[in-house]
Design a protein around this ligand. Structure first.
Ligand code: FES
Length: 112
């Protein structure tokens, strides 16, 4: 199954949703599963930080979009829970976000 989105709708720094993926542009196009491993926020509503990581819109966990692994655990109240950060990093080492492939053809991006 694949989805198509217009490339002009995805300038650098933006994230959108396409089927089961959060599709973004951090200088390179990427697609990762859109459900945060913490409490299931839609990562298609996330943002991209200065390192190119995808940031969850709810509690600001960060993901490396190449590996699908969490690089920073949930923030705010959750950051005060001992071991939680490490637990989620380990969880996403075993169960990373799925990664999709984004290909550009003319003015369209195809995500599969
Ligand atoms: S739901 Fe993503 S960090 Fe909490």
């Amino acid at each position: 199954m694949s989805a198509s989105i217009p490339a002009e709708g995805l300038p650098e720094g933006k994230v959108v949703g396409a089927d089961g993926y959060a599709v973004g542009n951090n200088g390179d196009y990427f697609a990762v599963g859109r459900k945060c491993r913490h409490l299931g926020a839609d990562l298609a509503h996330g943002s991209i930080d200065e390192d190119g990581c995808l940031v969850c819109p709810w509690h600001q966990a960060k993901y490396d979009v190449k590996s699908g692994r969490m690089t920073q655990g949930p923030q705010g109240f959750f950051a005060k829970i001992p071991g939680l950060d490490t637990s989620f990093k380990l969880l996403t080492k075993v169960l990373p976000l799925k990664r999709g492939k984004v290909t550009r053809s003319g003015d369209d991006l195809t995500v599969a």
